[in-house]
Design a protein. Structure first.
Length: 92
């Protein structure tokens, strides 16, 4: 890992059952620290999609820390120096 938060055990277990869920680069190298972008909307995590799981996680974060946050949450998701993604949420 490169300083990132590890995937939950239940997600890793699903990737062990189906290695195609792991992120795979253009040369076919798999990285089991990240889920494939190709399965974002597929119910591959115990019947739920990665996007559903991530949405629930961010909603729970917002609900639990709303009293400490302003109107906008900016999340920097940094993956091993090859993927940088900023996600901006408006708090409702």
């Amino acid at each position: 890992m490169c300083g990132s938060i590890p995937l939950p055990k239940w997600a890793v277990e699903e990737m062990e059952k189906d290695p195609d869920l792991a992120y795979t680069d253009q040369w076919g190298r798999r990285n089991f620290e990240y889920l494939s972008l190709g399965c974002d909307t597929l119910p591959v995590l115990k019947g739920r999609s990665p996007v559903q799981c991530y949405s629930d996680f961010m909603r729970a974060f917002r609900d639990n820390f709303k009293h400490l946050l302003g109107d906008t949450i900016v999340v920097n998701i940094f993956s091993s120096s090859f993927l940088l993604l900023y996600v901006v949420f408006t708090v409702y």
